[in-house]
Design a protein around this ligand. Sequence first.
Ligand code: HEM
Length: 245
Amino acid sequence: MTASIDYGSYLKLDALLDLQVPQSTPEHPDELLFIVVHQASELWFKVLRHEMDTLITALEAFDTMRALLAVQRINVITEIIAQQLGALDTLPPQRFAQFRGYLGSSSGSQSAQFRAIEATAGLRDAHFLAAIAEHGAPPPEVQAALERPTLQSLVLALVAHEKVSLESLYTGPGPTPLFLLVEGLLEFEQRFARWRFLHVQLVERIIGPGTGGTGGTLGAKYLARTVSQRFFPELWETRRAFYGA
Ligand code: HEM
């Protein structure tokens, strides 16, 4: 045990609590909340990326149980990130307008961690690549994530390694760990889409459906399109087979 370490020094609280620097003058009373929800989201993005690395390592080792544990944690964290947006639902539009000008051109669409999570999960479509390209060359963490195999390809490799098929996970005699893993990944997709939906609702609520974003997009209209993006199209497709479509 290191006696010289206490709560504040272990958590670097002096440095941490110094990092909230409102830009408005005089300071707008709501800007602290705005900054903290963004910073807390970025901290959780950091943990999420870390846990996604654990998941990928487990999938690459064909270790279903460890992958399952990682997905469970990923899902709880994703839910937390989504739910904390609710704190900003208490920000009325006229009050946001009072300090929005101080944000300059900063926009969540410049979040390298968010893009790295999307790329790690498996987005590769043109709309996604265009969103990245809008801010120039991809940041290194995003580029690295784009070069990795997608989560879907890793889980499909695991399914093949177990000498089963996706369909058989649903039609076999009973729920298996692999079935729970596939369902857990779909749960991740759903919770991530829930973030997107809560965020687009927040945006509509605060700046309205027709206002362009500080990042230069069409705002809520652009965001609404992202809700239907899919990390795991093949896992979703499996379900369709049961309804003869
Ligand atoms: C007052 C609250 C908020 C407003 C009005 C808002 C507005 C917007 C708008 C208009 C966009 C579209 C891009 C642009 O042109 O700027 C956007 C994107 C984004 N925002 Fe927010 N946002 C808010 C809160 C948050 C929070 C708390 C986070 C947490 C990190 C966040 C993360 C993001 C991300 C990651 C994107 C990119 C999404 C994508 O391209 O799919 N936003 N936001």
